[in-house]
Design a protein around this ligand. Structure first.
Ligand SMILES: [Zn+2]
Length: 233
């Protein structure tokens, strides 16, 4: 789980990796025989039994720096990724992060450029609202209208949703499933873990090779723990 890729000294929410750090992390992936792919591609490959060696890469919020800084590196390392964008804030800024710093979000042209380069475009809702605190009507609008809006923008079907702040509960999962999303990404969804609440691992500027290795192993254990509790999936 990535967010912004840029040179940024002021990063109170820890959402930025430098292009050089991303380059090192992609190099780390590839040198271990792994390849970063979009979540849709990962799930599709796994359903056909050929998901070994694939790692889902996600970029939340749809920062403008994705096209300038992340895309060239992903292409260089023959990886793809899913970008979860906010169609209610096209060309706007991350105003929900009250402490800043303000970062520009992708414009419609930027989103189309990412899609044309083979990246999956998913929905992060319209405005970056905590859906577990929204009423039914707002939740439905965030989930359904964002999907329709992105589909209009890119001309492709939107399969993936990503819960803002990673906040998820049963009514939210149900709303996302009903809106026709094939999958949804969370962070640590606990008992809700499933295809509409996929756990993800935060990757940040401090993640050098040994920390990535540790996170990779921890993630396996984390997933297994829930599978044991829930029975086979
Ligand atoms: Zn977000």
């Amino acid at each position: 789980m990535y967010h912004s890729v840029d040179d940024c000294a002021d990063d109170p929410y820890n959402i930025t990796v430098t292009p050089e750090r991303l380059r090192q992390q992609l190099h780390w992936l590839r040198s271990r025989g792994l390849r970063g792919v979009s979540v849709a591609e990962l799930l599709d490959a796994r359903s056909r039994g050929v998901g070994r060696g694939l790692v889902g890469l996600t970029f939340d919020d749809g920062y403008g720096d994705f096209v300038e800084n992340a895309l060239p590196l992903l292409r260089h390392y023959e990886c793809s990724a899913t970008v979860f964008v906010l169609p209610g804030r096209l060309g706007g800024e991350n105003e929900w992060d009250v402490q800043g710093p303000r970062k520009p979000l992708l414009t419609p042209q930027g989103i189309r450029a990412a899609a044309a380069a083979g990246m999956e475009i998913g929905s992060h809702g319209l405005m970056h609202v905590d859906l577990t605190r929204a009423d039914d009507e707002e939740r439905r609008a965030e989930v359904q209208r964002s999907k329709a809006h992105i589909e209009e923008l890119t001309g492709g079907e939107v399969h993936g949703f990503c819960y803002p702040y990673g906040c998820v509960d049963r009514p939210t999962v149900e709303a996302v499933r009903r809106a026709g999303y094939r999958y949804a990404c969370a962070i640590s969804p606990g008992v809700l873990t499933g295809v509409h609440a996929l756990p993800r691992v935060f990757v940040g500027q401090r993640d050098t090779a040994w920390r990535l290795e540790l996170k990779r192993r921890m993630h396996r254990l984390r997933r297994r723990a829930w599978h044991v509790g829930e029975g086979p999936q």
